[in-house]
Design a protein around this ligand. Structure first.
Ligand SMILES: Cc1ncc(COP(=O)(O)O)c(C=O)c1O
Length: 438
């Protein structure tokens, strides 16, 4: 066991870098500008233009008195909190710079980084639930998130109620009333509303504004609304602007963007982050310095990559939508449902580059299509520079019971595609020849 303080109840306050310059003459600097230097002061690192990777588990105090002062700050014996870094399970330079920059994209006060998207989501939920509590969540969720709620949290007396992504205000009121009743019977409270929008792999959108209104009307205590924004963030949807309190990411996807790392994050107001930080301090799960450094590099190009992938996806979908072997698309740039279109218009800034294509036929036709692709790789995951394709019903969602898959629209004819930044016409040529084999 480390002799560094286990700050469960007293989160380690963060050390501030040189005051950040985020405006010039009243002009707010854009995230794309801030990604190049925000939160890093080269003077502290021998003038190095880029942050070095700080491979250290612990940080030396200049003197014993400084050490004492630090711990007095952490333990609340002195006002003002910590005055530096102490131990890398809590925080460290690369992670602090990364978290400062991640917070910018979502307009959040604070952010926390983790070793994977699932570590972020699990520690977030664990920080907020107690025995008897109920989690209300949208469906579908990423299978591991759904499994964590249904199979792991249930072992500790936490139950859940889910609702379909497109639920209306009236349906949400009803769900929250039922959740309140369930929590009352179990001696707990509705502890968290957890959303994923758009849902994976159908791209069904949740009305975040309606969820906030329903929460405010039905729950009279601090029940955070958290949302997994992996599919559209950070460029194409900013959930905190629409009433969410906490935004969660698999940084493995668009933010990392090169399919070469695994990481996650959450962001929101400090009051929502502090309990999660405290639990992360205890459990670990912070992203490692090397991955944090890679993410800083990725963040410099995230806007460019996502813009290009989004344009490519629009071109590819324009080709696919009228193809005789294609039955339909689950693409946010072509929505046929009025309610989904309304949510899209209010919440989304772009249609993304991950979508589903429904082929005429079933598994056999999808497999022939997938096995004949030459540019697109057959792999799970999304948001990388390269185009990926997968068959959710037989891969990522195989563990989901058949009836629930049908209910969620994850049929055998669905292929999920994540478009990369290759040449769009090359991709179209590849899809065209693969469809000839269907
Ligand atoms: C929507 C969504 N959320 C969370 C995760 C989990 O992220 P990670 O694989 O980084 O743990 C994934 C992974 O595919 C995902 O697609």
């Amino acid at each position: 066991m480390t002799d560094a303080i286990d700050a469960t109840d007293t989160p380690t306050p963060r050390r501030n870098p040189k005051p950040a310059k985020t405006t010039i003459g009243g002009r707010e600097l854009k995230p794309s500008t801030l990604m190049m230097g925000h939160g890093f002061d080269p003077v502290l690192s021998e003038g190095s233009l880029k942050p070095p990777i700080f491979l250290t588990s612990t940080f030396a105090f200049p003197s014993a008195a400084d050490g004492k002062r630090h711990f007095e700050g952490i333990t609340g014996k002195r006002e003002g909190g910590a005055e530096g870094l102490v131990y890398s399970r809590f925080n460290a330079p690369n992670q602090e710079i990364l978290e400062d920059r991640l917070a910018i994209w979502d307009g959040a006060e604070d952010a926390l980084s983790f070793s994977s998207g699932m570590t972020a989501i699990c520690i977030l939920m664990l920080a907020y639930v107690s025995q008897g509590d109920v989690i209300v969540h949208s469906g579908p969720l990423y299978a591991a998130s759904e499994g964590f709620v249904a199979k792991v949290l249930s072992k500790f007396g936490v139950t859940y109620i889910d609702f379909p992504a497109g639920a209306t205000r009236e349906e949400l009121d009803d769900v929250l009333q039922r959740a309140k009743k369930q929590a009352g019977e179990n001696g707990g409270k509705v502890a968290m509303i957890y959303l994923e929008s758009p849902g994976n792999p159908t791209n069904a959108l949740v009305d975040i504004e309606a969820v906030k209104d329903a929460r405010d009307a039905n729950l009279k205590w601090d029940c955070p609304i958290a949302i997994d924004n992996t599919f559209l963030g950070p460029l194409w949807q900013r959930p905190l602007d629409h009433g969410a309190d906490i935004v969660a990411y698999s940084l493995t996807k668009y933010v990392g963007g090169h399919s070469d790392l695994v990481a996650g994050s959450i962001a929101g107001a400090k009051k929502w982050m502090d309990p999660v930080r405290a639990l992360r301090n205890t459990m670990g799960g912070i992203v490692d310095p090397n991955t944090a450094w890679m993410l800083l590099r990725s963040l410099e190009t995230v806007e460019l990559r996502m813009q290009r992938a989004g344009k490519n996806a629009a071109k590819v979908c324009a080709f696919l939508k009228d193809h005789p072997k294609v039955d339909g698309l689950g693409y946010l740039g072509i929505i046929h449902d009025e309610r989904q279109q309304d949510i899209y218009d209010r919440h989304c800034l772009g249609a993304g580059s991950t979508f589903s294509v429904f082929l005429k036929g079933g598994e056999a036709e999808c497999f022939r299509f997938l096995d004949n692709l030459t540019i697109a790789k057959l792999a799970v995951s999304l948001g990388g520079t390269e185009t990926l394709a997968s068959h959710p019903a037989s891969m990522t969602h195989l563990s989901v019971p058949h009836a629930r898959r049908q209910q969620l629209g994850i049929s055998d004819s669905l292929v999920r595609i994540s478009i990369g930044i290759e040449d769009a016409d090359d991709l179209i040529a590849d899809f065209e020849q693969a469809l000839q084999h269907v």
